[in-house]
Design a protein around this ligand. Structure first.
Ligand code: ARG
Length: 458
């Protein structure tokens, strides 16, 4: 089969080279975007008088035929045609004859592929934003039910202070909200059209780049043709936001794995989201959050891969840039799959309220409150800290929590401690005492949830 660019060549391409350089096995993922780009291009060429309206009509209908072949699965991709652009152009010429050869007027594959990817990444970005929103809604549902549910809050994975389970979950809501904002913000830089930049320097034809941008739903055009064909920042940005998102997902997943362990028993994931062991009949394994935690690795890897490909590339297009695609496709698939499974897994998880609350009864997570109490009685915080440290040490030796102390025992450490202290040391009181803005008291958490609801789709 002769190449669409074969004129200058006297020899056939080596078979190994053909296989090594072809991108059709993966860039066929952009077939739809490629045809949309061509439709916009040809419409504009007609409006600018570069093609006649008959030519435009023939090419447009040919492109629709090719799109139909692709969508119905009857299109045969050929490696000899190297990439999606030439596969489609060949099919177009097969369908409508030599007039199909006019489609590529005033255009290069360099601006073409970049356009395809801008449209594709814009679309995927919006899809990811919607999927993040669904996870946020699942979190909100659980949070709504568990404002008053207490569990130990941890620092250093040591019990620190009792907190509301809703408060803990909502921390993830806000992480995801920032992820959503980052993706949203990136659209400013992604919805920009390189089409019409040509191979690198523009074109001799009287084209209208703003018109093709408009037809493609892109809000601006690159002001510099060299930058237009060699910019892959928008892909780096998508992958980087994806990596941050997956880092958040992996933290949440780690907590789900911990919480569903025998040691914590704070939650139980729905059976439909767990798997068993082929040897140990008692096992119910949290495979899904484990895999979500692990998938972060490939998303990070894809980001680093692309940054490394781009580093040190001279202007303008270089074949190196073809290496941007597989990592991007893998990141898109991973992120979509992750978010799709995360939402229902959160929604269906059972919260073991008794177990959570039990674990804040018999520890020293109310020690800060006892210190604060002494401060209110006139001690400096450092003095109070020292005294309560001794109280805790005594309690540990005796094997008793603060609420199990007698008043006389307390008073050995400080005569200022009085009967009222027992109310204040109750875990629920400890939690609700943290009523500063953004704190864990039920009042604050309810307000927080109210605010959060204005950040998700209705
Ligand atoms: N398959 C190529 C890529 O993905 C399309 C652009 C090719 N341009 C070229 N001059 N070889 O980067």
């Amino acid at each position: 089969m002769s190449k669409l660019w074969g004129g200058r060549f006297t020899k056939e391409t080596d078979e190994l080279v053909e296989e090594f350089t072809a991108s059709i096995s993966f860039d066929k993922a952009f077939a739809k975007e490629d045809i949309e780009g061509s439709l916009a291009h040809v419409t504009m060429l007609g409006e600018c008088g570069v093609l006649t309206s008959d030519e435009v009509q023939e090419i447009t209908s040919g492109l629709h035929q090719v799109l139909h072949q692709i969508e119905s699965g009857t299109f045969t991709y050929s490696i000899q045609d190297e990439d999606i652009h030439m596969n489609i152009e060949r099919a177009l010429i097969d369908a409508i004859g030599p007039v199909g050869g006019k489609l590529h007027t005033g255009r290069s594959r360099n601006d073409q592929i970049s356009t395809d990817m801008h449209v594709y990444v814009s679309r995927k970005t919006k899809g990811v934003i919607d999927l993040i929103d669904q996870v946020q809604q699942a979190i909100l549902k659980q949070a709504d039910e568990h404002v008053g549910t207490m569990l130990p809050g941890y620092t250093h994975l040591q019990r620190a202070q009792p907190i509301s389970f809703a408060h803990h979950l909502m921390a993830y809501f806000w992480m995801l909200n920032r992820d959503k904002e980052r993706f949203q913000d990136s659209l400013k830089r992604t919805e920009i059209s390189p089409l019409g930049a040509g191979a690198l320097a523009g074109t001799t034809f009287p084209i209208d780049r703003h018109r093709t941008a408009e037809l493609l739903g892109l809000h601006a055009v690159y002001p510099n043709s060299l930058d237009a064909v060699s910019d892959r920042d928008f892909i780096v940005e998508f992958m980087s936001h994806a990596a941050t998102l997956m880092m958040h997902v992996s933290r949440l997943s780690e907590e789900l794995v911990l919480w569903s362990s025998q040691e914590f028993q704070f939650i139980e994931l729905d059976d439909s989201f767990c798997t068993g062991s082929s040897i140990m009949p008692q096992k119910k394994n949290p495979d899904v959050p484990e895999l979500l935690r692990a998938k972060t690795g490939r998303v990070n890897g894809n980001l680093l891969g692309l940054l490394t490909v781009l580093k040190g590339l001279p202007l303008a297009y270089n074949k190196d840039m073809q290496e941007d695609k597989e990592g991007l496709l893998d990141t898109v698939k991973t992120v979509e799959g992750t978010l799709l499974i995360l939402a229902p897994m959160i929604e269906t998880m059972e919260v073991n309220v008794d177990q959570m609350e039990q674990s804040v009864q018999n520890d020293y997570s109310n020690a800060t409150d006892l210190a604060d109490y002494l401060v209110n009685k006139g001690a400096t915080f450092r003095e109070a800290h020292e005294i309560i440290g001794k109280v805790v040490l005594y309690g540990l030796e005796q094997g008793r929590s603060l609420l199990q102390f007698t008043l006389e025992e307390f008073q050995q450490f400080s005569p200022h401690i009085e009967e009222e202290v027992y109310d204040l040391l109750d875990p629920k009181a400890v939690m609700n005492a943290r009523n500063s803005y953004g704190g864990t008291s039920e009042i604050q958490v309810k307000e927080q949830i109210q605010l959060a609801k204005s950040h998700v789709k209705a």
